[in-house]
Design a protein around this ligand. Structure first.
Ligand code: ADP
Ligand code: MG
Length: 432
């Protein structure tokens, strides 16, 4: 019913409304002849109620689908909301670090990212007022960076005077180091303390960098006091950020902490369709289904696979069939295997089990726990995929396969002798 109402209402609403605001709502059920609609949070609910509800209800009545719509969020009905204070005046400056392609329109909403999307939208609509800071965490390639840019782009589209700065925590660190070297810390401070929305991506890289954390702490406090919006992303939740000062971690939790999960099958399908549509390439449903099934965990890989298929088809002048797709992607999805397990999906499970990022696991750190995670991941790749030892070594950035061989022996031995390791491996097995 909701789909039909949306379709009917689309021509009557401002252009991007349906996409941006309404797709984050989900229909829950009919109660008598009223549709109960979950708006996700109070900001979306308020916007929908104020701007679109009348249109939606009239379409619904015209279609004979029912008499009206009841909005809820967090399972509470939408009552009288407090009105927001008027936006503060901003000084003009151009955007900084934003990628225009990453906007809300091109972001596909599904169960795995619904809350993160709704929260981002709320923050973009009312920077500094909705949730401050907004902390988005989740595995690689699941859309954190996309959402951050979308927030910046949306806020600037709404008010051209909004000063937005997007940067990675690595860039923040590097700039700070340069500033210290050149005795320009005052300028550095001014730059980041005079923005309306500060978006810092991959905050986990602040770990272990004390002077950067110190500077970040003061920047954070200044912005927060001034009700300027701060948005942060990370590959793990605040509590699991080791090597970051407690006073910083507790601030991360002041606003809203929300995560992005791996997309479910339907969402993967919707994303692929959207991307194919953006490229204006017809890709039929079989192929989309095949990709969605074989690349389960990571949207970046999903997109990469689609691009590869399109490029290969172009290049070889062959039609996009399942057989061809299988051939073109054989190093991504294994040799014709239709099982859902890939290096990436294994990495995701192992990294969540151990609480290290995939980068850490593939990296060079040698602390006992990281090394164990790495060896377990290699063992999983060997037992759950058909990758050769050489391929696994390559996936982990190792020069030769003896490292992998060593890891396999080690884990096999530990499984016999160490109950904790056995338990970990069993847990991972279950999740896979
Ligand atoms: P992360 O920062 O979490 O590692 P990104 O934001 O860089 O991930 O996303 C990886 C790629 O996947 C990007 O090209 C992005 O546009 C795309 N992507 C991620 N989530 C979605 C989504 N929900 N809808 C459309 N594209 C998405
Ligand atoms: Mg990112």
């Amino acid at each position: 019913i909701w789909e039909q109402i949306l379709e009917g209402a689309a021509p009557l609403l401002p252009n991007q409304t349906v996409d941006i605001w309404l797709k984050s709502c989900s229909a829950l059920r009919m109660e008598d002849d009223r549709l109960v609609l979950d708006a996700g949070n109070s900001f979306v609910a308020k916007k929908v109620k104020d701007s679109f509800l009348a249109t939606l209800e009239s379409v619904m009545q015209r279609q004979g689908k029912g008499s009206g719509i009841d909005l809820v969020y967090d399972s509470k009905p939408v009552g009288a909301e407090e009105t927001l204070p008027p936006p503060q005046p901003h000084s003009p400056i151009s955007s900084n670090g934003l990628n225009r392609q990453y906007d809300f329109t091109s972001f596909v909403v599904g169960k795995s990212n619904r809350l993160a999307h709704a929260a981002s939208l709320a923050v973009a609509e009312s920077p500094g007022e909705a949730y401050n800071p907004l902390f988005i965490w989740g595995g690689v390639g699941l859309g954190k960076t996309h959402l951050m840019h979308a927030i910046g782009n949306y806020a600037q589209g709404k008010n051209g005077n909004t000063k937005v700065t997007y940067l990675s925590s690595e860039k923040f660190t590097n700039e700070l180091i340069t500033a210290i070297k050149n005795a320009r810390t005052a300028e550095f401070r001014a730059k980041y303390r005079h923005v309306d929305i500060l978006l810092i991506d991959d905050i986990q890289f602040l770990a272990g960098k004390e002077s950067t954390q110190d500077e970040f702490f003061h920047t954070f406090n200044d912005l927060h006091t001034e009700h300027k919006q701060i948005v942060l992303s990370s590959d793990r939740p605040p509590k699991e950020l080791g090597d970051i000062e407690d006073r910083i971690i507790s601030r991360f939790e002041w606003g809203l902490v929300t995560d992005i999960q791996q997309p479910d099958y339907e969402t993967r399908i919707a994303i692929l369709k959207k991307k194919a549509e953006q490229r204006r390439i017809p890709v039929n449903d079989d192929i989309i289904g095949f990709l969605a099934e074989n690349i389960p965990s990571n949207i970046r890989e999903l997109e990469g696979a689609l691009n590869r298929v399109i490029a290969s088809a172009n290049f070889s002048q062959e039609p996009i069939t399942i057989e061809n797709t299988q051939e073109w992607l054989k190093d991504v999805i294994g040799n014709g295997r239709r099982g859902p397990l890939t290096f990436q999906s294994i990495m995701d499970v192992v990294s969540s089990e151990f609480g290290f990022s995939p980068e850490d696991i593939c990296g060079k750190r040698r602390t006992a726990e990281v090394a164990l995670a790495r060896q377990v991941a290699m063992y999983m790749c060997r037992t759950h995929t058909e990758s050769s030892l050489q391929q696994i070594a390559k996936d982990f950035g190792k020069k030769d396969h003896t490292t992998v061989l060593h890891a396999l022996k080690k884990i096999e031995m530990l499984m016999k002798e160490d109950a904790r390791v056995r338990k970990i491996v069993e847990n991972i097995d279950k999740k896979l």
